[in-house]
Design a binder for this molecule. Structure first.
Ligand code: PLP
Length: 390
Protein backbone atom coordinates (compact mmCIF):
# COMPACT_ATOMS: atom_id res chain seq x y z
CA UNK A 1 0.00 0.00 0.00
CA UNK A 2 1.29 3.46 -0.92
CA UNK A 3 2.19 5.59 2.05
CA UNK A 4 1.37 9.27 2.23
CA UNK A 5 4.42 11.30 3.23
CA UNK A 6 3.90 13.30 6.41
CA UNK A 7 6.00 15.96 8.03
CA UNK A 8 6.30 16.77 11.67
CA UNK A 9 8.68 19.64 10.98
CA UNK A 10 5.95 22.28 10.80
CA UNK A 11 8.13 24.79 12.63
CA UNK A 12 10.41 24.85 9.55
CA UNK A 13 7.66 26.21 7.31
CA UNK A 14 7.90 29.89 6.37
CA UNK A 15 4.09 30.05 6.35
CA UNK A 16 1.41 27.67 7.56
CA UNK A 17 -0.94 28.88 4.82
CA UNK A 18 -1.55 26.68 1.77
CA UNK A 19 0.61 28.16 -0.96
CA UNK A 20 -2.08 28.60 -3.61
CA UNK A 21 -2.27 32.37 -4.08
CA UNK A 22 0.18 34.61 -5.91
CA UNK A 23 0.90 37.47 -3.52
CA UNK A 24 1.20 41.20 -4.15
CA UNK A 25 4.24 42.81 -2.49
CA UNK A 26 2.28 44.79 0.14
CA UNK A 27 1.10 43.77 3.57
CA UNK A 28 -2.12 45.46 4.57
CA UNK A 29 -2.57 46.74 8.11
CA UNK A 30 -5.94 48.44 7.81
CA UNK A 31 -8.33 50.12 5.39
CA UNK A 32 -10.50 53.20 5.35
CA UNK A 33 -12.94 54.04 2.55
CA UNK A 34 -11.06 53.45 -0.70
CA UNK A 35 -7.64 53.57 0.98
CA UNK A 36 -5.42 50.74 2.11
CA UNK A 37 -2.75 51.35 4.71
CA UNK A 38 0.25 49.06 4.39
CA UNK A 39 2.49 47.94 7.24
CA UNK A 40 5.42 49.81 5.73
CA UNK A 41 3.47 53.08 6.00
CA UNK A 42 2.36 53.34 2.38
CA UNK A 43 -1.16 54.63 1.68
CA UNK A 44 -2.56 52.88 -1.36
CA UNK A 45 -5.55 53.90 -3.45
CA UNK A 46 -7.60 50.75 -4.00
CA UNK A 47 -9.17 50.16 -7.41
CA UNK A 48 -9.48 46.42 -6.75
CA UNK A 49 -11.86 46.38 -3.76
CA UNK A 50 -10.72 43.05 -2.33
CA UNK A 51 -11.67 41.34 -5.62
CA UNK A 52 -15.04 43.10 -6.02
CA UNK A 53 -16.10 42.55 -2.42
CA UNK A 54 -15.67 45.96 -0.76
CA UNK A 55 -18.54 47.75 -2.52
CA UNK A 56 -19.01 50.20 0.35
CA UNK A 57 -15.27 50.53 0.92
CA UNK A 58 -13.52 49.67 4.17
CA UNK A 59 -14.98 50.35 7.60
CA UNK A 60 -18.26 51.87 6.43
CA UNK A 61 -20.04 53.03 9.64
CA UNK A 62 -23.44 51.54 8.71
CA UNK A 63 -21.84 48.19 7.92
CA UNK A 64 -19.92 48.23 11.21
CA UNK A 65 -23.02 49.24 13.16
CA UNK A 66 -25.10 46.41 11.63
CA UNK A 67 -22.40 43.86 12.46
CA UNK A 68 -22.05 45.04 16.03
CA UNK A 69 -25.79 45.30 16.67
CA UNK A 70 -26.47 41.82 15.34
CA UNK A 71 -23.45 40.27 17.06
CA UNK A 72 -24.70 41.55 20.42
CA UNK A 73 -28.29 40.46 19.77
CA UNK A 74 -27.72 37.00 18.27
CA UNK A 75 -24.57 36.13 16.33
CA UNK A 76 -25.77 32.83 14.95
CA UNK A 77 -28.81 30.65 14.84
CA UNK A 78 -29.79 27.63 12.76
CA UNK A 79 -32.21 27.92 9.83
CA UNK A 80 -34.52 25.62 11.75
CA UNK A 81 -35.34 28.51 14.08
CA UNK A 82 -37.18 31.37 12.34
CA UNK A 83 -35.60 34.80 12.68
CA UNK A 84 -37.02 38.14 11.56
CA UNK A 85 -33.68 39.39 10.24
CA UNK A 86 -33.46 36.46 7.82
CA UNK A 87 -36.94 37.10 6.44
CA UNK A 88 -36.38 40.84 6.31
CA UNK A 89 -33.08 40.57 4.43
CA UNK A 90 -34.60 38.15 1.88
CA UNK A 91 -37.51 40.50 1.23
CA UNK A 92 -35.12 43.45 0.99
CA UNK A 93 -32.85 41.66 -1.49
CA UNK A 94 -35.76 40.53 -3.69
CA UNK A 95 -37.15 44.09 -3.68
CA UNK A 96 -33.72 45.59 -4.44
CA UNK A 97 -33.39 43.23 -7.44
CA UNK A 98 -36.90 44.04 -8.63
CA UNK A 99 -36.79 41.15 -11.10
CA UNK A 100 -39.63 39.01 -9.80
CA UNK A 101 -37.05 36.53 -8.45
CA UNK A 102 -38.76 36.63 -5.10
CA UNK A 103 -37.50 33.51 -3.37
CA UNK A 104 -34.07 33.66 -1.72
CA UNK A 105 -31.82 30.85 -0.52
CA UNK A 106 -28.92 32.11 1.62
CA UNK A 107 -25.53 30.47 1.41
CA UNK A 108 -21.93 31.56 1.98
CA UNK A 109 -19.91 31.87 -1.22
CA UNK A 110 -20.29 32.46 -4.93
CA UNK A 111 -19.38 28.90 -5.84
CA UNK A 112 -21.95 27.55 -3.40
CA UNK A 113 -24.68 29.73 -4.90
CA UNK A 114 -23.84 28.49 -8.41
CA UNK A 115 -23.54 24.88 -7.21
CA UNK A 116 -27.09 25.05 -5.85
CA UNK A 117 -28.42 26.84 -8.93
CA UNK A 118 -27.06 24.10 -11.18
CA UNK A 119 -28.30 21.35 -8.88
CA UNK A 120 -31.81 22.77 -8.91
CA UNK A 121 -31.80 23.01 -12.69
CA UNK A 122 -30.72 19.37 -13.07
CA UNK A 123 -33.12 18.15 -10.41
CA UNK A 124 -36.13 19.95 -11.86
CA UNK A 125 -35.51 19.23 -15.55
CA UNK A 126 -34.05 15.73 -15.18
CA UNK A 127 -31.70 16.60 -18.06
CA UNK A 128 -28.00 15.87 -18.50
CA UNK A 129 -26.21 18.92 -19.85
CA UNK A 130 -25.19 22.45 -18.90
CA UNK A 131 -24.03 25.18 -21.25
CA UNK A 132 -21.61 27.90 -20.21
CA UNK A 133 -19.70 30.62 -22.02
CA UNK A 134 -16.12 30.62 -23.23
CA UNK A 135 -14.00 32.54 -20.66
CA UNK A 136 -16.72 32.24 -17.99
CA UNK A 137 -15.77 31.75 -14.33
CA UNK A 138 -18.14 30.25 -11.77
CA UNK A 139 -16.12 28.90 -8.85
CA UNK A 140 -14.00 26.08 -7.50
CA UNK A 141 -16.53 23.43 -6.43
CA UNK A 142 -17.45 20.33 -8.47
CA UNK A 143 -20.36 21.72 -10.49
CA UNK A 144 -19.24 25.37 -10.56
CA UNK A 145 -15.76 24.25 -11.66
CA UNK A 146 -17.26 22.03 -14.35
CA UNK A 147 -18.82 25.09 -16.03
CA UNK A 148 -15.72 27.26 -15.58
CA UNK A 149 -13.79 27.77 -18.79
CA UNK A 150 -10.32 26.19 -18.70
CA UNK A 151 -10.73 24.74 -15.18
CA UNK A 152 -10.34 21.15 -16.34
CA UNK A 153 -6.96 21.83 -17.91
CA UNK A 154 -5.73 24.00 -15.03
CA UNK A 155 -7.01 22.94 -11.59
CA UNK A 156 -10.26 20.96 -11.63
CA UNK A 157 -8.84 17.83 -10.01
CA UNK A 158 -11.95 15.63 -9.92
CA UNK A 159 -11.64 12.54 -12.15
CA UNK A 160 -14.75 13.36 -14.19
CA UNK A 161 -17.35 16.07 -14.59
CA UNK A 162 -20.68 15.59 -12.80
CA UNK A 163 -22.62 16.34 -16.04
CA UNK A 164 -22.03 17.12 -19.71
CA UNK A 165 -20.86 20.65 -20.43
CA UNK A 166 -20.42 22.63 -23.60
CA UNK A 167 -19.07 26.14 -24.00
CA UNK A 168 -20.64 28.59 -26.42
CA UNK A 169 -18.55 31.50 -27.83
CA UNK A 170 -19.24 34.61 -25.76
CA UNK A 171 -19.80 36.94 -28.72
CA UNK A 172 -21.92 34.89 -31.09
CA UNK A 173 -25.70 35.03 -30.49
CA UNK A 174 -26.26 33.08 -33.72
CA UNK A 175 -24.32 30.10 -32.33
CA UNK A 176 -26.53 29.73 -29.25
CA UNK A 177 -29.10 27.55 -31.00
CA UNK A 178 -26.58 24.85 -31.88
CA UNK A 179 -25.27 24.58 -28.27
CA UNK A 180 -28.48 24.82 -26.25
CA UNK A 181 -30.87 21.95 -26.95
CA UNK A 182 -33.52 19.70 -25.42
CA UNK A 183 -30.87 17.95 -23.26
CA UNK A 184 -29.84 21.25 -21.69
CA UNK A 185 -30.87 21.73 -18.07
CA UNK A 186 -29.30 25.16 -17.68
CA UNK A 187 -27.26 27.86 -19.28
CA UNK A 188 -25.02 29.72 -16.85
CA UNK A 189 -23.58 33.10 -17.77
CA UNK A 190 -21.90 36.11 -16.16
CA UNK A 191 -23.58 39.03 -17.95
CA UNK A 192 -20.32 40.93 -17.49
CA UNK A 193 -17.47 38.45 -17.20
CA UNK A 194 -15.04 39.20 -14.38
CA UNK A 195 -12.07 36.85 -14.65
CA UNK A 196 -12.71 36.76 -18.42
CA UNK A 197 -11.51 40.39 -18.55
CA UNK A 198 -14.35 42.70 -17.48
CA UNK A 199 -16.01 41.63 -20.70
CA UNK A 200 -19.52 42.82 -21.39
CA UNK A 201 -21.36 39.84 -22.90
CA UNK A 202 -24.00 42.32 -24.05
CA UNK A 203 -27.73 42.44 -24.56
CA UNK A 204 -27.99 40.59 -27.92
CA UNK A 205 -26.15 37.57 -26.49
CA UNK A 206 -28.17 37.58 -23.26
CA UNK A 207 -31.42 37.91 -25.21
CA UNK A 208 -30.42 35.03 -27.49
CA UNK A 209 -29.70 32.84 -24.44
CA UNK A 210 -33.03 33.85 -22.82
CA UNK A 211 -34.96 33.08 -25.99
CA UNK A 212 -33.29 29.73 -26.59
CA UNK A 213 -33.77 28.65 -22.96
CA UNK A 214 -37.48 29.46 -23.30
CA UNK A 215 -37.68 27.54 -26.59
CA UNK A 216 -36.12 24.33 -25.24
CA UNK A 217 -37.32 24.55 -21.61
CA UNK A 218 -33.88 25.11 -20.07
CA UNK A 219 -33.18 27.40 -17.09
CA UNK A 220 -31.15 30.55 -17.51
CA UNK A 221 -28.78 31.23 -14.60
CA UNK A 222 -27.12 34.62 -14.23
CA UNK A 223 -23.94 34.38 -12.20
CA UNK A 224 -23.86 37.88 -10.76
CA UNK A 225 -21.37 37.04 -8.05
CA UNK A 226 -18.97 39.66 -9.40
CA UNK A 227 -21.09 41.91 -11.64
CA UNK A 228 -24.15 42.11 -9.36
CA UNK A 229 -25.12 44.05 -6.22
CA UNK A 230 -24.78 47.45 -7.82
CA UNK A 231 -21.50 46.99 -9.63
CA UNK A 232 -22.93 47.85 -13.07
CA UNK A 233 -24.65 50.94 -11.66
CA UNK A 234 -27.94 49.02 -11.60
CA UNK A 235 -29.00 46.65 -8.80
CA UNK A 236 -28.05 43.69 -11.00
CA UNK A 237 -26.75 43.29 -14.54
CA UNK A 238 -30.14 41.70 -15.29
CA UNK A 239 -31.70 45.14 -14.67
CA UNK A 240 -28.92 46.84 -16.61
CA UNK A 241 -29.59 44.73 -19.73
CA UNK A 242 -33.32 44.20 -19.28
CA UNK A 243 -32.99 40.41 -19.46
CA UNK A 244 -34.34 38.34 -16.55
CA UNK A 245 -32.92 34.91 -15.69
CA UNK A 246 -34.72 32.09 -13.87
CA UNK A 247 -32.04 31.92 -11.19
CA UNK A 248 -29.49 34.52 -10.12
CA UNK A 249 -26.51 34.13 -7.82
CA UNK A 250 -25.17 37.05 -5.77
CA UNK A 251 -22.19 37.24 -3.41
CA UNK A 252 -19.06 39.39 -3.01
CA UNK A 253 -20.39 42.98 -2.54
CA UNK A 254 -23.56 41.58 -0.94
CA UNK A 255 -21.69 41.30 2.36
CA UNK A 256 -18.98 43.92 1.80
CA UNK A 257 -16.51 41.51 3.41
CA UNK A 258 -18.76 39.43 5.64
CA UNK A 259 -19.17 36.06 3.86
CA UNK A 260 -22.67 35.82 2.43
CA UNK A 261 -24.17 34.73 -0.87
CA UNK A 262 -27.69 34.30 -2.12
CA UNK A 263 -29.54 32.41 -4.80
CA UNK A 264 -32.60 34.27 -6.08
CA UNK A 265 -35.14 32.17 -7.95
CA UNK A 266 -38.27 32.77 -9.98
CA UNK A 267 -41.73 31.64 -8.85
CA UNK A 268 -41.62 28.87 -11.46
CA UNK A 269 -38.44 27.46 -9.93
CA UNK A 270 -39.52 28.11 -6.34
CA UNK A 271 -42.74 26.16 -6.89
CA UNK A 272 -40.66 23.08 -7.63
CA UNK A 273 -38.29 23.27 -4.65
CA UNK A 274 -39.04 20.69 -1.97
CA UNK A 275 -37.92 20.42 1.64
CA UNK A 276 -34.37 19.13 1.87
CA UNK A 277 -33.51 19.90 -1.78
CA UNK A 278 -30.89 22.32 -0.45
CA UNK A 279 -29.33 22.98 2.93
CA UNK A 280 -26.60 24.82 4.81
CA UNK A 281 -25.37 25.47 8.33
CA UNK A 282 -23.97 28.98 8.03
CA UNK A 283 -26.09 30.28 5.15
CA UNK A 284 -28.77 32.67 6.39
CA UNK A 285 -26.90 33.32 9.63
CA UNK A 286 -28.25 36.44 11.32
CA UNK A 287 -24.99 38.40 10.99
CA UNK A 288 -24.80 37.67 7.26
CA UNK A 289 -28.42 38.74 6.84
CA UNK A 290 -28.02 41.90 8.94
CA UNK A 291 -25.01 42.86 6.86
CA UNK A 292 -26.77 42.22 3.53
CA UNK A 293 -29.63 44.40 4.70
CA UNK A 294 -27.22 47.18 5.73
CA UNK A 295 -25.39 46.97 2.39
CA UNK A 296 -28.63 47.42 0.42
CA UNK A 297 -29.71 50.20 2.78
CA UNK A 298 -26.45 52.03 2.21
CA UNK A 299 -26.42 51.58 -1.57
CA UNK A 300 -29.92 53.06 -1.69
CA UNK A 301 -29.68 55.82 0.89
CA UNK A 302 -26.29 57.08 -0.33
CA UNK A 303 -27.32 56.95 -4.04
CA UNK A 304 -24.33 54.74 -4.80
CA UNK A 305 -25.76 53.32 -8.03
CA UNK A 306 -25.86 56.82 -9.52
CA UNK A 307 -22.30 57.39 -8.30
CA UNK A 308 -21.11 54.19 -9.99
CA UNK A 309 -22.68 55.31 -13.28
CA UNK A 310 -21.23 58.83 -13.12
CA UNK A 311 -17.72 57.88 -12.04
CA UNK A 312 -17.59 54.94 -14.47
CA UNK A 313 -18.31 57.33 -17.33
CA UNK A 314 -15.59 59.62 -15.99
CA UNK A 315 -13.07 56.75 -15.97
CA UNK A 316 -13.99 55.79 -19.54
CA UNK A 317 -13.62 59.39 -20.72
CA UNK A 318 -10.35 60.18 -18.94
CA UNK A 319 -8.30 57.05 -18.42
CA UNK A 320 -7.51 56.20 -22.04
CA UNK A 321 -4.03 57.57 -21.55
CA UNK A 322 -0.44 56.25 -21.32
CA UNK A 323 -0.52 52.49 -21.91
CA UNK A 324 -4.36 52.38 -21.96
CA UNK A 325 -5.84 52.15 -25.44
CA UNK A 326 -9.54 51.64 -24.63
CA UNK A 327 -12.06 50.39 -22.11
CA UNK A 328 -14.61 47.58 -21.79
CA UNK A 329 -17.02 46.22 -19.21
CA UNK A 330 -19.75 48.08 -17.34
CA UNK A 331 -20.03 50.33 -14.28
CA UNK A 332 -17.30 49.49 -11.79
CA UNK A 333 -16.40 46.20 -13.45
CA UNK A 334 -14.18 47.93 -15.96
CA UNK A 335 -11.38 46.65 -18.14
CA UNK A 336 -8.66 49.02 -19.30
CA UNK A 337 -7.16 47.66 -22.52
CA UNK A 338 -3.39 47.95 -22.37
CA UNK A 339 -0.78 48.20 -25.13
CA UNK A 340 1.72 46.45 -22.82
CA UNK A 341 1.01 43.34 -20.72
CA UNK A 342 -1.49 44.41 -18.05
CA UNK A 343 0.73 42.86 -15.34
CA UNK A 344 3.48 45.38 -16.16
CA UNK A 345 1.04 48.29 -15.98
CA UNK A 346 -0.36 46.91 -12.71
CA UNK A 347 3.16 46.71 -11.21
CA UNK A 348 3.98 50.25 -12.37
CA UNK A 349 0.76 51.54 -10.78
CA UNK A 350 1.48 49.77 -7.53
CA UNK A 351 4.89 51.50 -7.41
CA UNK A 352 2.82 54.70 -7.54
CA UNK A 353 0.59 53.44 -4.68
CA UNK A 354 -2.44 52.44 -6.77
CA UNK A 355 -3.79 48.90 -6.59
CA UNK A 356 -5.54 47.43 -9.65
CA UNK A 357 -6.31 43.90 -10.83
CA UNK A 358 -5.51 41.79 -13.84
CA UNK A 359 -7.66 39.07 -15.44
CA UNK A 360 -7.60 36.06 -17.74
CA UNK A 361 -6.96 38.45 -20.62
CA UNK A 362 -3.27 39.47 -20.49
CA UNK A 363 -4.04 42.89 -21.98
CA UNK A 364 -6.83 43.89 -19.62
CA UNK A 365 -6.27 45.73 -16.37
CA UNK A 366 -9.34 45.13 -14.20
CA UNK A 367 -10.89 47.83 -12.01
CA UNK A 368 -13.32 46.79 -9.26
CA UNK A 369 -13.40 49.81 -6.98
CA UNK A 370 -15.75 50.62 -4.12
CA UNK A 371 -18.97 52.39 -5.09
CA UNK A 372 -17.91 55.43 -3.04
CA UNK A 373 -15.00 56.19 -5.40
CA UNK A 374 -15.05 59.77 -6.65
CA UNK A 375 -13.64 61.72 -9.59
CA UNK A 376 -10.69 62.97 -7.51
CA UNK A 377 -9.61 59.38 -7.01
CA UNK A 378 -9.90 58.74 -10.74
CA UNK A 379 -7.73 61.80 -11.45
CA UNK A 380 -4.96 60.19 -9.39
CA UNK A 381 -5.24 57.04 -11.51
CA UNK A 382 -5.15 59.05 -14.75
CA UNK A 383 -2.09 61.03 -13.58
CA UNK A 384 -0.28 57.81 -12.71
CA UNK A 385 -1.21 56.16 -16.02
CA UNK A 386 0.02 59.21 -17.95
CA UNK A 387 3.47 58.67 -16.44
CA UNK A 388 3.71 55.02 -17.48
CA UNK A 389 5.24 54.46 -20.95
CA UNK A 390 2.85 52.98 -23.55
C1 PLP B 1 -18.43 35.40 -11.49
C2 PLP B 1 -17.96 34.59 -10.32
N1 PLP B 1 -18.67 33.51 -9.97
C3 PLP B 1 -18.30 32.76 -8.91
C4 PLP B 1 -17.18 33.05 -8.18
C5 PLP B 1 -16.81 32.20 -7.01
O1 PLP B 1 -17.09 32.88 -5.83
P1 PLP B 1 -16.46 32.38 -4.45
O2 PLP B 1 -14.99 32.59 -4.55
O3 PLP B 1 -17.12 33.25 -3.42
O4 PLP B 1 -16.82 30.95 -4.31
C6 PLP B 1 -16.40 34.16 -8.52
C7 PLP B 1 -15.18 34.48 -7.77
O5 PLP B 1 -14.34 35.23 -8.15
C8 PLP B 1 -16.80 34.95 -9.63
O6 PLP B 1 -16.11 36.02 -10.00
Amino acid sequence: MATVPTSTATADLKSHLAQVFAQYPIEIAHGEGVWLHARDGRKILDFYGGHAVAGLGYGHPRWLAALERQARQMAFQTNALPMAVRERAAARLAKFAGLGLDTVFWINSGAEANENALKLAFKITGRSKAVALVQGWHGRTAAAGAVTWGAHEKWYGFPRLPFDVSFVPRDDPAAVEQFVDADTAAVIVEPVQGVGGAYDVGKPMLQALRQRCDDVGAFLIFDEVQCGMGRTGAPFAANFYGVTPDLLSAAKALGNGFPVSALLVSRRVAAQIKYDDMGTTFGGGPMACAVAEAVIDTIESESLLANVRTVSTYIRSNCVIGPVTGTQGAGFLLGLKTSRPAKEVQAALLERNILTGTSGDPHILRLLPAYILNEGHVDRLCDALAKIPA
